[in-house]
Design a protein around this ligand. Sequence first.
Ligand SMILES: CC(C)(COP(=O)(O)OP(=O)(O)OC[C@H]1O[C@@H](n2cnc3c(N)ncnc32)[C@H](O)[C@@H]1OP(=O)(O)O)[C@@H](O)C(=O)NCCC(=O)NCCS
Length: 151
Amino acid sequence: MKDKCAPEVREMTLEDVQDVILIEREIFLFPWSIGNFSDSVKAGYVCRVIVKENTILGYGIMMMSPEEGHILTLGIGVDCQKQGLGKVMIDYFSDHARINNAKSILLDVRESNERAIRLYKKMGFEHIAVRKDYYPTMSGRENALVMKLIL
Ligand SMILES: CC(C)(COP(=O)(O)OP(=O)(O)OC[C@H]1O[C@@H](n2cnc3c(N)ncnc32)[C@H](O)[C@@H]1OP(=O)(O)O)[C@@H](O)C(=O)NCCC(=O)NCCS
């Protein structure tokens, strides 16, 4: 029987952006703006939230091109991390990309973000390139690892 309390993934609406931005500001030192999220929703990117009992626990955004999905952001609220929700979001994006005939998914991640990198590797992503000095830090710049999942 379906667990009525299990988290579910649904489309992010413009009304959700206020709640999403609260999580974003909690988990990222250099957060996206409200405009970044609402523009992504308006552009028709694959913008999703993971919800339990009407509360948003996390979110992710993927941009689709014909052959490839590109995960632009992914975040789970601090209190809800390490419960498998990040995996649920990545599985969701993998299924969505596969159904839309994509062959792979790409993402960028800060090279210091060990937890995220470990999760992506566990899920089959491979490190394929480095974007040098891609992200700002409090003291300068840091590299991005480009990671790819073959579907
Ligand atoms: C990276 C991020 C999205 C991962 O989300 P998450 O929901 O914590 O991920 P999961 O729970 O699916 O997996 C993370 C770990 O929890 C473990 N885990 C999953 N369910 C668990 C459970 N019930 N009990 C204990 N551990 C569990 C997983 O095995 C994994 O372990 P690992 O760190 O040793 O690999 C999240 O930490 C986050 O939002 N971080 C801040 C923002 C960020 O860095 N985003 C990514 C930018 S590229």
